[in-house]
Design a protein around this ligand. Structure first.
Ligand SMILES: [Zn+2]
Length: 216
């Protein structure tokens, strides 16, 4: 089984696919956002640095991000990982190649979850989230809550994400795609990139992903 680097624009269903991969194949899901939050609660040099940067409103820099990934991957050595939210810049991608080398070059595939801007917006528009972290979409049969407006998992009331409006969405989407262009090219040149069309049923997408993560 291959390790996975998930690259996806907003609303591509990254969370849902990660969840399926964890459940069926036991991947360790590593979300950069979670790692940063987790580390910032620790009283370590790294934790305090992240806390300081977050308090200042500064973006956490590339080297720090790479350090976090290195630490995490070393701590789960031997297990398969599914990386989400990293690399975000071409510099991170280059540095990450060195981390993988240190780890003995584990086999991996880069999955790019592809959907059009219009499809992405339609999803964003129907997206509801719960404070427990679970997200839903009223326009998607597979992602609808069982009871309208209520979280299946914890029963709390669902809310719309505050930045889920057309204008901020377009800005976010285009910025993200611009950043991805170089990263995708980098992995494509190494024959590591697999593009998956995600404007389809969740399980159809998952089956396609399954085909490429299995070792030849
Ligand atoms: Zn919930």
């Amino acid at each position: 089984m291959k390790n996975i680097i998930l690259i996806a624009p907003p609303a591509a269903g990254k969370g849902t696919q990660s969840e399926l991969l964890v459940k069926k194949y036991g991947y360790v899901h590593i979300s950069m956002g979670d790692l940063l939050r987790e580390e910032s609660t620790k009283d370590t040099e790294l934790g305090n640095e992240i806390k300081r940067l977050i308090a200042e409103g500064t973006l956490v820099n590339d080297d720090l991000t790479i350090e976090l990934i290195r630490k995490k991957l070393n701590s789960i050595k031997g297990q398969h990982f599914c990386l989400d939210g990293f690399p975000r810049t071409i510099y991170q991608a280059h540095e990450f190649a060195k981390v993988l080398e240190e780890l003995g070059n584990p086999d991996y595939i880069v999955l790019y979850l592809d959907l059009s801007k219009d499809a992405a917006y339609a999803r964003i528009n129907g997206r509801l989230i719960c404070s427990c972290g679970k997200s839903y979409n009223i326009y998607d049969e597979n992602l609808k809550p069982k009871v309208a407006g209520i979280c299946d998992k914890c029963g709390k009331e669902l809310v719309k994400r505050s930045d889920d409006n057309a204008e901020s969405f377009k800005v976010r989407y285009e910025t993200v795609l611009n950043n991805f262009a170089d990263i995708k090219k980098f992995y494509q040149e190494q024959g590591k990139l697999e593009t998956v069309n995600v404007e389809r049923d969740v399980m159809e997408i998952f089956h396609d992903i399954e085909k490429v993560i299995v070792d030849d």
